[in-house]
Each structure stands twice: as C-alpha cells, then as structure tokens.
Design a protein around this ligand. Structure first.
Ligand SMILES: Cc1cc2nc3c(=O)[nH]c(=O)nc-3n(C[C@H](O)[C@H](O)[C@H](O)COP(=O)(O)OP(=O)(O)OC[C@H]3O[C@@H](n4cnc5c(N)ncnc54)[C@H](O)[C@@H]3O)c2cc1C
Length: 496
C-alpha cells in the first residue's frame, strides 16, 4: 500500500464524523474519512438509532425551518417549545450539575443552527409522532422536549450523509482501521492505518477523531465502569473499541468526563451480544412508565414513573444490570397495551401473556412467582386512582405508602390480558473520553491544545454524567463534529 496525503483525515464514519468531514470540506480542504467497519456494517452507532435529535426550538415556526410541515400540522399539532434554557437545565439536572458548562453552552446554543445546516447538507427531518407524542382529545401533543427525528432513522441519516459526502468529493475508505497517530515534534501530522493485514500512513494537516467510545470493548467496560459491565449487551456497533480515545491518550491527551459512566437501557433479554441492523433499536423496551418492572425476587426495584422516559431510560440500564441475574420483567395490562411503543410488537421479542396475574407469574422465567403475586396486590392497593391518568404530562397519578414508589402514570394491573417482557441491560455508549477546547481541539495533560488533533462525538468527555436527555447523542455529534471540522478544515487550508 502506498502512503497517502490529504488536508484533513476524519477517523470514523458515523454522524459526528460526517458532520466534521462536510464542515472541513466547506472550508476548502480535501478530506478522507476512515471507517473501520466493512461497507455492510458502516455508520457506527449512528446507523442503529431511530434518529431522534434534541434541539432547542420555539414552536412550529422554528420546526418549519427544519422540515416540511403542512397547514394542518402547523395549526393543530401541539409541538410545544423547547427553549435553550430548558435544554441547558435538562443537561445540568440529568448530569447532577457535573456537565462542563462550556461544552453544554456550545451544544445547546448551536443545536438549532446545526440542524438547519444539516438540512442544507441533505439530511431530512420530520416530527417524531410515533415515539414522542400522544393523542389527547384527538390532537397530537408532544412531550419531553424531543420533537424532531431524521427521516429513515439512523439508516436514513447515514445514507443521506454518505450521499452528501460523495457529492462533495469526500473519499470514504471502508474496512480501514486507524491504529496510531503520527507525531512530529508535538504536532500531529498524520495517522497510521491498517487494511487487509497491511499498514500504511496517511499524512494530513489535521486529524479529527470521531471513532466513538469504548462501549463495544468488554475489557475496557469492566476496567473503567466496574464489575458486571462485561455482561451487558451492546446495543449498536461492534467496532467502537476505544481506538480513538487510546490514540489520543497515547499522544498526551487528558482523560476527561465520567469514565465509570455510560448510557444503558432496558434491552431484550435474548437480544444478540451486539446490535442487529435489521432490528435497529427495537430491542429496547421503553414503555415501562406505563407499567411496572420486577426482578428475580418478584419485587419492584425502581420508580418506573419518576419522569418522562426521555429522562430516566439512559440510567435504568445500570439499575437493571445491578439486579440478581441482570434481568427484569416489565408488566402491563390491557388498559395500556395499545399505548406501548412499536418496539413491543416486533417478532424478536421475549414476551409472555396470561389472563390472570397468577397465570402470568408462572410464566415469568426465573422469578419468584408467589412474591410477584403479592407485589402486584400491594402495588394495586397503593395506586391513587382519584388522579386522572394522562401519559402526555407528568400526571401525578402515583402510589402511596410503597417503599419503592411510582410517581406518575400508576395504573392498577387489573385488566386482562396481561403482558410481560423480559429485559436485561443494553449499553449504548460510554461517557468518558478526552477534553476539547472551544474549537474542538484536544487538550493535553498540561491544558494545552494538541496541534492538528480534534475530537467529536461519543469520545468527547465532560458532557454526560450518570444520565442523559434522550436525543442528545446525535445532536452533540453533529454540533461538535461541525465545530471540529470547521477548525480542522481552516487549519488545513491555511497550511497549503
Ligand atoms: C440502538 C441505539 C439507538 C440510539 N438512538 C439514538 C437516538 O435516537 N438519538 C440520539 O441522539 N442518539 C441515539 N443513540 C446514540 C447515538 O447513536 C450516538 O450517541 C451517536 O450516534 C454517536 O455518534 P458518533 O459519530 O460519535 O459515533 P458512531 O456513530 O458510533 O461512529 C463511530 C465510528 O467510528 C468507527 N471507528 C471506530 N474505531 C475506528 C478506527 N480505529 N478507525 C476507523 N474507524 C473507527 C466506527 O466503525 C464508527 O463508524 C443510539 C445508539 C444506539 C446504539
């Protein structure tokens, strides 16, 4: 293999990488993207998503700048608003006030303009009626600050980005793994890659690392997140092994953020060890606020209705991992079964049904059946039925007197048929990474930026701690990818 030379190399070909590559190209630089995965498995975690993107917006007028909305949608749908203050507050609250305020400010204030830019680059958006709205009095009402999704979900996003990259003469080298950075007197001047058992160098004026976190690496997960994390299923790509983070640390980058934390959810107990692109994110089971969850002892263990699912789902994976046997069952009755998200109706689901709670108890694999029946009885007796049920708002219909309360959407389990779904912990991505400055450049252990080296996406540390507001991963990848790409492209052009 001969060595190559270009302006900017982007390591990765997920959402953050594409945003970086197109932004660098916009500055006039030549760009090469490296994708470790073969073509069929391209697109990283971004391709596994449903494409939900959290963006600050001021009602339907703003959304109309991101997507085509017809007159009826403009006038009858209640999209609500999601102000920059709300976004900032959600990031602060979710992360227990540990998120780096400088990074959060960039994320929040650049979210809307970045999605407008993405639209200009060919990404198509639509309202997320299916997952983020309930019909109230015949009208759609959005909840939880998340109204925008990419048309075609993650696969649509990667297809649109790929088209756009092609149109802009950006070359993508598939099956090509970046292994090391090339350094000359403290300046990053290229990257060493491996393809088909052979290694070669690509020399460049700037490198953007957008190679994801270390979620696909069981050894790193156990090392940094703790015992048990080797047992989690991986929701997405098998290629995010921490390569980008390791390469940056090797040249002196400072580790940053919540290295023992990650985004993890309730995921089908019998799902494969890594994501399956034909199922995408449908192994997740996110309608637990409408029912209850029990563990092997037959007991509830978490407040299923503590908040909208957007604000609890990403931390409940860890709670499920901590249960005996690392599993739980979600239980619903016929009153809410029509409200369950689409992912409950897929073929690849671990589900049992029954006409009585006793009959259901006998079907819950690995659960203490007697204790479960008692638990449902106690739960049913504790529900405050005088408060009306409304899934589109935090309705305050709660339990009273239980050691583990349910704070909203508490309905008695009394209407057959009953349904139960077995879940375990599925890890989405890791929170620890490297530190960047306001231009997307990686900082070293002395607090100095490393010339020629930028980062974006999952591998940027300091944004998420403990928890995460749904739909922020893609937005942060796009915002920081575009930022890093702009800076890298500008640096590359100024050197020619
Ligand atoms: C099932 C699922 C559903 C999700 N749903 C949503 C959602 O709806 N909304 C949302 O905002 N977020 C969602 N997320 C989170 C979201 O996917 C990520 O936060 C985001 O896509 C990360 O983008 P990224 O570009 O940083 O990483 P990725 O998209 O994972 O891209 C990283 C890329 O780097 C490549 N790579 C790794 N190592 C190397 C190497 N050494 N050399 C070359 N290439 C390398 C990988 O192959 C990959 O292409 C979901 C995640 C999963 C798994």
């Amino acid at each position: 293999m001969n060595d190559l030379k270009t302006g900017v190399v982007v390591v990765g070909a997920g959402n953050a990488a594409f945003a970086a590559a197109l932004a660098a190209r916009e500055q006039g630089s030549d760009v090469i993207m490296l994708e470790r995965a073969p073509f069929d498995e391209r697109g990283g975690n971004s391709r596994y998503t449903a494409g939900a993107m959290r963006v600050a917006f001021n009602g339907a007028q703003d959304l109309a700048k991101l997507m085509d909305l017809n007159d009826e949608e403009m006038t009858t749908v209640d999209f609500g608003t999601y102000s920059t203050d709300q976004y900032f507050d959600d990031m602060a609250r979710m992360t227990q006030y540990r998120a780096d305020p400088d990074l959060v400010e960039i994320l929040v204030y650049k979210s809307f303009e970045t999605l407008v830019w993405m639209r200009e680059k060919g990404i198509r958006f639509s309202p997320s009626y299916g997952r983020q709205a309930f019909k109230v009095d015949g009208k759609f009402k959005f909840w939880g600050g998340l109204a925008v999704e990419v048309v075609g979900g993650g696969p649509g996003l990667i297809d649109d980005w790929t088209q756009s990259a092609k149109k802009n003469q950006i070359e993508i080298l598939y099956g090509t793994r970046a292994t090391d950075l090339i350094e000359d007197e403290g300046i990053i001047t290229g990257v060493r890659v491996r393809k088909g058992g052979k290694s070669y160098n690509i020399h460049a004026a700037a490198i953007v690392l957008a190679a994801g976190g270390f979620e696909s690496n069981a050894e790193w997960r156990t090392r940094y997140m703790g015992p048990g994390w080797d047992l989690a299923k991986v929701r997405g790509t098998r290629f995010n092994m921490g390569d980008g983070i390791r390469m940056a640390l090797d040249v002196g980058a400072i580790p940053y953020g919540n290295w023992s934390g990650g985004h993890a959810v309730g995921w089908d107990r019998n799902a494969p060890d890594y994501g399956d692109l034909s199922v995408g994110d449908n192994f997740q089971k996110h309608s637990y606020p409408l029912g209850i969850m029990v563990n092997a002892t037959g007991r509830r263990f978490v407040d299923e209705g503590a908040d909208f699912r957007n604000y609890t789902y990403a931390k409940y994976g860890r709670v499920i991992l901590e249960q005996p046997g690392q599993f739980a069952w979600q239980v619903f009755d016929a009153k809410v079964s029509a409200l369950l998200r689409d992912e409950y109706r897929i073929r690849e689901v671990t589900k049992v049904t029954a006409n009585t709670i006793e009959e259901l108890a006998a079907k819950l694999d690995d659960v203490d059946a007697g204790a479960f029946v008692n638990e449902v009885e106690a739960y049913n007796a504790a529900v405050k039925t005088d408060v009306p049920f409304n899934p589109a708002v935090k309705d305050g219909r709660r339990t009273e007197g239980l050691a583990v309360p349910k704070s909203n959407w508490a309905n008695q389990l009394d209407t057959p048929p009953f349904e139960a779904y077995a879940i375990t912990c599925g890890i989405t991505f890791t929170f620890g990474g490297v530190k960047i400055d306001g231009s997307g450049q990686i900082l070293d252990t002395e607090g100095q930026s490393i010339p020629g080296l930028y980062a974006a996406g999952e591998m940027v540390g300091g944004l998420f701690y403990f928890n995460y507001p749904g739909g922020t991963g893609l937005t942060s990848g796009a915002v920081f990818g575009r930022l890093a790409g702009n800076s890298a492209g500008t640096a590359a052009v100024s050197q020619t």
